[in-house]
Design a protein around this ligand. Structure first.
Ligand code: ZN
Length: 335
């Protein structure tokens, strides 16, 4: 594919490292010594686009994988025609163990959970400071999904030329959420520094400037998407799937972003309320004496967090912010 389309500069080293096998070899299973390593960059109706040594290769799951899902970000082993030539279709025969898994539940009444992205490091919540107004409830829910998945959150506030970030920052400061602020014409140096060398998933509802950000970070990403379509022969990219794009290599060494055009809500029914506190070790250590099954939420009887507030061992704003996140799991997004 032509230079400048995004996929030609991807970070080889990161994906050429030795891998762990997901299952032991047995004599009943074929060995795939001729298989090549790839990473799944998008999925469209059962067809997976994988990057193999920088070129997009269309593949499908092979039978030995059974019902195991393969998602964007998965590191896979591929056999068959891995030329990437038009009309070629290779087979994915193995999927590496996942380092992290970002999930969502379709909505809170439908507890079927879906994996959105595997092996991400960071969840970047893109929110406009104005036009449209920031929606803290959506941000809270995204943060819960990030903490639950073990991803580092990053709050990316756009359109700082329209409104002061301080109002929104006041809400998230007690949680210690890292943040960056951007505005029209920004060179994005700070954002790039935060993304360097990591796999970052970007989420944000329409109008917040996420697409603008993606295009600025990966020049030509529109064309890369067009190229994927040319390979799949399926017209425009169905915007329900995530799409992984390699960041241009600067001195700070690459990294990837995963755009999530189809994600408008973050159902959280899969999140176990008692586990969210694990993302806040300073609070967790105050809960040793909690009654069994305590979720550490507002109104829990004899919760250790209340004792800690009472005798000044923790910051009341931090506990209240944690409890707001916990409660956001149970409330609808639009109220
Ligand atoms: Zn508790």
């Amino acid at each position: 594919m032509p230079r400048g389309t995004g996929y030609d500069e991807y970070d080889h080293e990161r994906f050429d490292r030795p891998r762990r096998r997901t299952r032991p070899r047995t004599k009943d299973r074929p060995s795939y010594d001729d298989a090549v390593d790839g990473v799944v960059v998008t999925v469209d109706r059962g067809r997976l686009t994988c990057l193999v040594e920088g070129r997009p290769v269309m593949a499908m799951k092979s039978r030995p994988l059974g019902r195991k899902g393969v998602v964007v970000g998965d590191h896979v082993r591929i056999v068959g025609d891995v030329s990437g030539a038009e009309g070629s279709l290779a087979r994915i025969v193995e999927v590496d163990e996942r380092r992290t898994v970002l999930r969502r539940t379709a909505d809170d009444d439908d507890p079927v959970e879906r994996v959105i992205v595997a092996n991400a490091d960071q969840l970047v919540v893109v929110a406009a400071l104005a036009d449209p107004e920031p929606r803290p409830r959506l941000i809270d829910r995204a943060l819960v999904a990030a903490y639950d998945a073990g991803l580092d959150p990053l709050l990316c506030m756009t359109k700082a030329d329209l409104a002061d970030p301080e109002t929104l920052l006041t809400i998230y400061r007690p949680l210690g959420v890292p943040h960056v602020v951007t505005q029209r014409g920004d060179d994005l140096a700070e954002v790039r520094a935060r993304l360097a060398g990591k796999v970052s998933v970007l989420i944000g509802h329409s109008g917040v400037g996420k697409s603008t950000l993606v295009n600025a970070l990966v020049p030509g990403s529109d064309r890369a998407i067009g190229h994927v379509n040319a390979v799949t022969g399926r017209g425009r990219h169905t915007s329900t799937s995530a799409l992984m794009l390699p960041l241009p290599r600067y001195d700070d060494g690459g990294g990837w972003i995963v755009d999530t055009p189809g994600i408008r809500s973050f159902g959280l029914a899969h999140v176990q309320p008692g586990q969210l506190i694990g993302a806040f070790p300073d609070l967790e250590e105050l809960t040793d004496e909690c009654p069994r099954g305590c979720t550490h939420g507002e109104g829990e009887p004899e919760c250790g967090l209340d004792d800690a507030i009472a005798d000044g061992r923790t910051d009341v704003d931090r506990v209240q912010s944690f409890r707001r996140l916990l409660a956001s799991r149970e409330r609808a997004e639009d109220d």
